[in-house]
Design a protein around this ligand. Structure first.
Ligand SMILES: C[S@@+](CC[C@H](N)C(=O)[O-])C[C@H]1O[C@@H](n2cnc3c(N)ncnc32)[C@H](O)[C@@H]1O
Length: 405
């Protein structure tokens, strides 16, 4: 398909991104103001509200470059085309399929490297580009469009995007004239106003030596019901309908909350250390008082000192401090942080046990889901059983109320 070279050359298609390189989901469907395809043509200029540029200046730049305008005001990004970017940037000649539906259809039709696929109609070629990438040059896409100007424009684009070796575009009314193919395709995709009229033709074009799939894209339920009837009549099975909706999520980074059991343990330890510190302070104060008075104070109760020594690990009399495990832990715990709520503490060398604070990404789904595009009906066609007679059509089946019991 498109150039895989590192640098942009004359004649290459580039996608010009005119806005922030980090789109939010809300602008993904309104990006045509921000994103445009461009064929690099020496001698031509690209002018926009983001500045003026000469195509020839793009030649030799790596794809993905950020380019400043000639006036120094504004910049653009020159991106390598992908089917996703093409769908966002392509010139619309019809309504098009977007990536949420495209990816779902490709997955449910089991389209992969080497697949042989039929699509009708081609429209603006949005779906065609994603299929072309999925099947690669070892597969084949037969695309049909009955609007002559659209067919020609799509054909030109397929040639420009180096797809024409494995994508065949035919200008034809598939409901009337079918696909001119027999037992050829692994799957069929119909994006037509009246897909039911093309179901029998699709059946003829599908392979009979393996299980094959069909999908029809229709905006309203009446179309779905007619299509389901036609699929039933043609002997398709496993008929299922889906709707693809985009549900945006609010994403935020939050501090990792620690398990309560850990917190209890740490709080207990914190209390113990606070108590030790308190006793140390008492002992230190006593020592200061004694030296200030220049005499050794007589103790009424020698037990106090012993108690302080026992808890504190400090030889109060000699002023020598004995190192404890807790001291090590306090010294190692940097930076100092509040364990409980995760906020930074400005209380100096406070007691701290938590490792440097970690954050995780969490998301909350937005309840309202908008953006109905169409209903997707899928069905399966099994290879005929050897010696089996063709399935009865619904017209041959007597209505339920006429069946006597
Ligand atoms: C909605 S557009 C398809 C958009 C396309 N899936 C895309 O992603 O760009 C439907 C196209 O089907 C074409 N079409 C309608 N009926 C047709 C028929 N019977 N045979 C061939 N093409 C047909 C229309 O001209 C139109 O271009």
């Amino acid at each position: 398909m498109w150039s895989t070279a590192r640098e942009i050359a004359a004649g290459d298609t580039v996608i010009v991104w005119l806005a922030s390189p980090f789109p939010t989901s809300s602008i993904l469907h309104q990006t045509r103001d921000f994103i445009q395809p461009l064929v690099v043509t020496p001698g031509k200029d690209f002018n926009s509200k983001y500045g003026n540029y000469r195509h020839s200046d793009f030649i030799g730049m790596p794809f993905g470059s950020k380019v400043g305008s000639r006036s120094g005001k504004g910049f653009i990004h020159l991106l390598r085309p992908t089917p996703e970017l093409w769908t966002m940037a392509l010139p619309h000649r019809t309504q098009i399929l977007y990536i949420a539906d495209i990816s779902f259809i490709i997955s449910y039709l089991d389209i992969r490297r080497g697949s042989r696929v039929i699509e009708a109609g081609t429209g603006s070629g949005s779906f065609s580009h994603s299929v072309a990438r999925s099947i690669g040059p070892t597969g084949h896409l037969w695309s049909y469009e009955f609007h002559e100007a659209r067919a020609q424009k799509a054909r030109d684009e397929f040639t420009q995007h180096k797809m024409s070796d494995f994508v065949t575009l035919t200008h034809q009314n598939v409901c009337k004239d079918g696909f001119n193919l027999t037992d050829a395709a692994d799957s069929v995709f119909l994006d037509l106003p009246a897909p039911w009229d093309a179901v029998e033709h699709a059946k003829q074009a599908l392979r009979k030596d393996r299980t094959t799939r069909i999908s029809c894209f229709s905006p309203c339920m009446e179309q779905v019901l007619r299509t389901v009837s036609a699929l039933n009549d043609a002997g398709f099975i496993d008929i299922t309908m889906y709707e693809t909706l985009i549900r945006p999520h609010d994403v935020a980074q939050v501090p990792v909350l620690q398990p309560i059991s850990d917190m209890e343990e740490k709080l207990k330890k914190s209390e113990e250390i606070r108590e030790i510190k308190r006793l140390r302070q008492i002992a230190a104060k006593q020592k200061t008082d004694e030296s200030a008075h220049g005499e050794k104070r007589k103790r009424d109760d020698g037990d106090d000192e012993q108690e302080a020594e026992a808890v504190d690990g400090e030889d109060v009399g000699s002023g020598k401090k004995l190192k404890t495990e807790d001291d090590d832990e306090m010294a190692d715990s940097t930076p100092s942080r509040d364990v409980v709520n995760g906020s930074s503490s400005s209380r100096g060398p406070a007691v701290a046990f938590a490792p440097p604070l970690q954050k995780i990404s969490v998301s909350k789904a937005i309840v309202e889901v908008r953006g109905h595009t169409s209903y997707l009906t899928f069905a399966t066609l099994l290879p005929p059983m050897p010696g089996a007679s063709p399935p009865a059509s619904s017209e041959d089946v007597a209505p339920l109320d006429s069946v006597s019991t």
